[in-house]
Design a protein around this ligand. Structure first.
Ligand code: FAD
Length: 313
């Protein structure tokens, strides 16, 4: 069976959920092989999880470089050359998009971005800020495919997870080198792109102080907090929590939009959420076109009531 390379996204010894989605999606194309790039000892911590989601092999490349982007590109490019895989799957994230772009150029492969479903010969992807869904076929060997987090239901499958050590090539040629990186998290809240529940606030929240209403509801649900660009541009909430075309792409089980109008650029980042609840005082707000449940009302009345009900359960 053809081999499919899956780039493992990991942080502090934990595999990100998007990697399990990649391993699940990869099975439509062949046999998934996980590729782990990181400091010595990383792969050992991840192997059980990779096994449980069907990785037949685990390619382990150890590096102490602060720049993980270039080693990941170089390792994947070397594996494409030596293993001739059916495809390379990478999660959609700021890093994932950059790695995929560099890899496609380096290996002369088709690049299919922001894919929401993978078939044996084609992929479905979301284009023009999510306004259209397009079916695309590749016409090169080993296409590089980036998969939007949350678009695939993860399925367990027992894999052998046989480890094979691979060298990290020196990374010659033109590339930008990342000099340092600091993880940005929302305190104890789940990471935005990994969260199964997100509560987002928009300009309607009115101020940075009043974002405590959004945070209060989020905390009662164990959710991540998101924000629209208007809320971010108004200084209500930091940019790393922005959802949308120029922010993060999310696809949680539940997305609650408080005081967000539902502009196309915001929808581009959240419209594949499984269930959408919108609270907006304007009954004509476009967010209601995609909401599964809508409340026409003042978010400062509705959100605290919702929080109170959640707290009772
Ligand atoms: P508004 O459109 O001002 O809506 C505020 C809503 O709050 C209104 O519907 C109002 O009825 C409601 N409201 C007010 N008070 C209350 C209350 N008390 N209770 C309930 N409801 C209330 N936007 C993004 O979000 N993400 C992006 O990544 C993004 N990228 C962009 C990229 C480009 C190139 C461009 C041009 C724009 C982009 N935008 C993005 C901006 C986008 O076009 C909208 O301007 C933005 O999403 C609007 O944010 P909002 O819904 O919070 O604000």
């Amino acid at each position: 069976m053809a081999e499919v390379l899956v780039l493992v996204d990991h942080l502090d010894g934990e595999i990100k959920k998007s990697t399990f989605e990649l391993l699940t999606a990869a099975r439509a194309l062949g046999e998934p092989s996980a590729v782990v790039v990181g400091p010595a000892g990383t792969a050992g911590k991840l192997s059980e999880g990779l096994k449980a989601y069907g990785a037949a092999k685990v390619y382990v490349a150890e590096t102490d470089s602060a720049d993980f982007l270039t080693p990941q590109v170089e390792v994947l490019a070397a594996l494409v050359g030596s293993k001739d895989p059916a495809a390379v799957l990478i999660g959609v994230s700021a890093d994932g998009k950059e790695i995929a772009g560099r890899l496609a150029v380096k290996t002369d492969s088709a690049l299919l971005g922001d894919v929401v479903a993978v078939g044996a010969e084609s992929a479905t992807h979301s284009v023009f800020g999510g306004a259209f869904v397009a079916e695309a076929k590749w016409n090169t060997a080993h296409p590089v495919i980036t998969l939007r987090p949350g678009s695939v239901e993860v399925e367990n499958a027992e894999g052998a997870a046989v480890e094979e050590t691979v060298e990290v090539p020196s990374g010659a040629g033109r590339s930008a080198q990342v000099q340092s990186r600091e993880p940005v998290t929302g305190g104890d809240r789940p990471e935005l792109t990994e969260a199964s529940v997100i509560v987002s606030g928009g300009r309607g929240v009115g101020s940075a102080e009043q974002f405590s209403v959004v945070e209060g509801l989020a905390d009662s649900l164990g959710a991540a907090v998101g924000a629209s660009r208007a809320a971010v541009d108004s200084g209500f909430y930091p940019h790393q929590f922005q959802v949308g075309q120029t922010g993060k792409t999310v696809s949680p089980q539940l997305y609650i939009a408080l005081g967000i109008s539902g502009a196309i650029q915001h929808r581009a980042g959240m419209q594949t959420s499984k269930t959408i609840i919108a609270v907006n005082k304007d009954p004509e707000a476009p967010i209601f076109e995609i909401a599964d449940f809508g409340v026409v009302g003042d978010l400062f009345k509705v959100a605290p009531q919702l929080q109170e009900e959640v707290a009772k359960r």
